[in-house]
Design a protein around this ligand. Sequence first.
Ligand code: NAP
Ligand code: MG
Length: 498
Amino acid sequence: MAELEQRGDRTPAPAKWEYASAPESREIVNLQERYGLFVGGEFIEPRSGEYYRTLDPSSEEPLAEIPQAGAEDVALAVRTARDAFEDGWSAAAPAERAKYLYRIARILQERSREFAVLESLNGGKPIRESRDVDLPLAAAHFFYYAGWADKLEYAFPHRRPKSLGVAGQIIPWNFPLLMLAWKIAPALAAGNTVVLKPAETTPLSALLFCDVLRQAELPPGVVNIITGDGATGAALVKSDVDKIAFTGSTEVGKAIQRELAGTGKKLTLELGGKAANIIFDDCALDQAVEGIVNGIYFNQGHVCCAGSRLLVQESIYEPLIEKLKRRLTTLRVGDPLDKNTDVGAINSRQQLEKIEELVAAGKEEGAEIYQPPCRLPEKGYWFIPTVFTNVAQSYRIAQEEIFGPVLSVLTFRTPDEAIEKANNTPYGLSAGVWTEKGSRILWMAQRLEAGVIWANTYNRFDPASPFGGYKESGFGREGGRHGLEPYLDFDGAEAFGG
Ligand code: NAP
Ligand code: MG
């Protein structure tokens, strides 16, 4: 109790539970010392001759050497994808395309433990999340789009959908396999071929996925995976592709948009966010606390749609913050492969530094910081789950995306004020509303400028539900029937019956 009083915290001490560690075995994963680029159905050495090391962010232990694809490698991958498109894939019966997508989905399910362990090893996320969220959702995405592959005419009646050709796809490190699934599944269902670049820090699940493609006997060249850093991504943007699908930061998204302006290449951008999670005084408080925790500490807060700005109605501010702080003391931070872990490692040193910088700015600007007592491992990249109260809208921690386990709390009195504060951001990806009144949920949803709005829940995903942003969070939708559209061309709307 003395320790709590010192922190000026009035919440009673939670019961002390000690967990025995329950690590998932790494045995199931077979790492190669060095990987190749996956082009034309084979692993090939990069023409650039360059490699870099990918790490386990929880221990800083090197895991494997990864090719750094250069412009020549990118051009070869795109040419290979073009040939595969012209030599058969574009003419393949739609039901054939569906067959491969179903196979991929089933193989992902069969090998899900292997993928989950690898995802946690290379990315730092808790095994509980990679096992229960990333993998099931990735497989579900392939199942879902398999179903659309031979029904495109019904998805877009009277519009004569046609595939585009080669899609260049660039993804971030926060959900490596899931973002790959979000990109590849609709592209193939729509009859395109693909060149995908995973993020520099998390290439391993994409490289293991190449093995799934071979197991599924997908024709060579239909999917090509090229690894490397931002320069590889930039080369892919400049290459001879028909479309770029990008998920990542708003800054890089803007640069890509400038680069593609006037080229006729299609573009979709899924960018950053600074979502408001809005708590009304009539909601179920304990349930809301779970939603707040899931909203910002899930995947270490490395989530574009994270509920990073908590808007609390003034009348329940004190009890809510008390409950939230108390809940934070029960979060277990540590080994990503431990099945008890709630919050794993920060993905990279660079990301850790960005979080530290913004947290320092929050303190300096005058916000009050709360962090539960927590012992962090000595090696690796870690950040304690953090709550800032006393936050003004102008503070950097209320404006900028932190992309880490850091929550900024603001208050409001009326629904109008909640809307005004929630929309006071250049972003518009997602939002959460907690209230028992259905009419208020609808009233709020009509006024919130966000692509996804969750009501009395947070961070829920389904392949049938479109996802994407407003304003600086990007344009285009992934998931659902909407997610097919960016991968198709249309002959133009036909007159009914035409
Ligand atoms: P990032 O730096 O923009 O990187 C995203 C991807 O683009 C990576 O593969 C990256 O390669 C590559 N890249 C970097 N510079 C490039 C360039 N000039 N041209 C082409 N590609 C380039 O973003 P990040 O920091 O890795 O990821 C975090 C950001 O992604 C956050 O802002 C988050 O909100 C956003 N995000 C959005 C969504 C969404 O669906 N809206 C989902 C997840 C993440 P390297 O890995 O080598 O840098
Ligand atoms: Mg980057």
